[in-house]
Every structure is written in structure tokens, then in C-alpha cells.
Write a protein that binds this ligand. Sequence first.
Ligand code: HEC
Length: 164
Amino acid sequence: MKRAVAGFILGLLPLPFAASCGADSDLALPDLSIAGDLAQPPLCSDEDVGDAGIPATWSHVQRIFDDHCVGCHCCNDPVDLTSGKSYAALVGRSVARENGTDETCGGVLVTPGDPGHSYLFEKISSSQPCAGQQMPFSEFQITPLPACQQDLVRRWILDGALMQ
Ligand code: HEC
């Protein structure tokens, strides 16, 4: 009897680990927030107000990607957000349009000076982007970035999306 129960529980275990990552990516971290916490403290949190005094530099934007996105958007993913690859994948690009995917509706990922025409910002700030779901998410839930981090990306785009 005990054995049967144990078998039943073990049978359930693998389910939460079924990765739901980028279509072309075979790398998935089950809990990215833990990976981020281990690496370094968060850039800013929901307790911070306004811009939290953090300059909207490219290195801070990359830090957000490192903490929340690269577990999925790396390697074989068309939107590679790893350091050294991310800028070229985003600025003036519509990877979806180039590949003819559903996300084509979003247009250009980063239009310098124009957050309203930057699909990257729509994907992190809207609970209903034109395709797919709000970023970042895990297989368990959607956990939007703290407002101050969303705003940092918005300000970086508005300031011209410079690589500095
Ligand atoms: C758990 C894996 C995962 C994480 C974490 C994740 N993404 Fe995604 N992302 C996806 C998948 C899968 C898609 C395609 C489906 C969709 O849009 O919902 C996608 C789509 C996107 C797109 C649209 C791509 C296109 O072709 O236009 C953008 C932009 C994006 N993600 C940005 C981010 C950013 C920025 C972060 C971090 C703040 C992030 N993602 C975190 C898996 C992830």
C-alpha cells in the first residue's frame, strides 16, 4: 500500500519540470528568480519609487536580461539576450518579421527614442502584448519585472538606446 502511494507521488514529480522555453532553445532554468538572486542583488525592487535613482544605461538593461531573461533567450533563440549578442538582436530589428512568426505584430523590438514602437517594452510592460504572454515568465507563473526595471528599459529606449 505504502509502495503504491510512493509510486503515485513519484509519478507526479516530473510534471513541474516540463520546460516551456523558447521554441528553438533546449535550455530552461526552472526558477530564474533564484538564479538571479544567487548572482547578485536585484537592480531595484517594487519597493522603490520612480526611477529609483538608477541611470538608464545599456549595462543596467543588460543586467536585467542577465537576471531574468537569458535562461530562455540565449544560444539558439532568435532573440538572444546574452551579453554581446543582445544589442544586435534588438535595436532596429524585428526578428519575428524576419522569420515570419506570430510576433510579427509587434514590429521592431527597439526603436531608438520611441518606446511606444518598441516591442521589447510592450512585452515586459503589457499584460496582453499583441502576441504571446508578458515577459518574463516561468512554467509556474508570469512574474512581471518590478515597475522601476520596466521604466529603466523605457528610459533607455527614450534616451536613444545607446550602447553605453
Ligand atoms: C521561461 C522562458 C522565458 C523567459 C524567462 C523569458 N522569455 Fe521572452 N519569450 C519566451 C518565449 C517562449 C517566447 C515566445 C512566446 C511568447 O511571446 O509568449 C518569448 C518571446 C519574447 C519576445 C518576442 C520575441 C519576438 O520574436 O518578437 C521578447 C521581446 C521577449 N520574449 C523578451 C523577454 C525578456 C526581455 C525577458 C526577460 C525580462 C524574457 N523574454 C524572459 C520565453 C521566455
